[in-house]
Design a protein around this ligand. Sequence first.
Ligand code: GSH
Length: 218
Amino acid sequence: MAAVGLKLYSYWRSSACYRVRIALNLKGLPYEQVNVHLANSEQRGDEFGAVNPQQLVPVLIDGERVIRQSQTIVEYLDESYDGEMKLLPATARDRARVRALAMIVACDIHPLNNRRIMQFLEHDLGVAEEARTRWTRHWIEEGFQSFEELVAGHPSTGRFCEGDAPTVADICLVPQVYNARRFGVDMSAFPEIERIEAACLELNAFEAAKPENQPDAG
Ligand SMILES: N[C@@H](CCC(=O)N[C@@H](CS)C(=O)NCC(=O)O)C(=O)O
């Protein structure tokens, strides 16, 4: 199916949006980007609230369809469009491994550290900056330790998390490494993750999706 008029509600620094941008690029799908400025609370306004009552980016518009949740969007794109490559492997067994890796990031790391959680810790619970940074690093490091163990030396790991083509595992991993660096996590403790990240960033699809390469970066 040819893509007509894909539109992504996005914020440059959001790692969930970063995942979707990588997926769109890997699939070779052109899209229009609508910037939702999270730091200016645009996600809480009526306009965006009508698009996503959860007040979260990303949201993908595909014609009449509104698709929410980054993992759902990535799988929707993969299932709907042939594109240049498949983002999930061909067998159920390999898909299970890839999805489990992706979920370490999407379910067990990112939700503990995203913006609204950090703001609640700060404004509602009065947690000081040093403790908030410790919290963020702790959950990233704990998740990355398991991720590292599951990819280092595993026979299915290749140039990327699974074999020699990028999958949803890499799509989740690279934005989380970006966040880890932002919060001062010592990435030398995770050499296999760093190796895979470097392999991904050699691809233009990952490079072009980087936060600093977005039109709303600032
Ligand atoms: N599970 C959601 C998480 C989305 C999410 O947390 N988005 C963040 C940016 S990464 C957001 O929009 N935050 C708004 C806020 O903090 O107010 C997904 O994967 O799409």
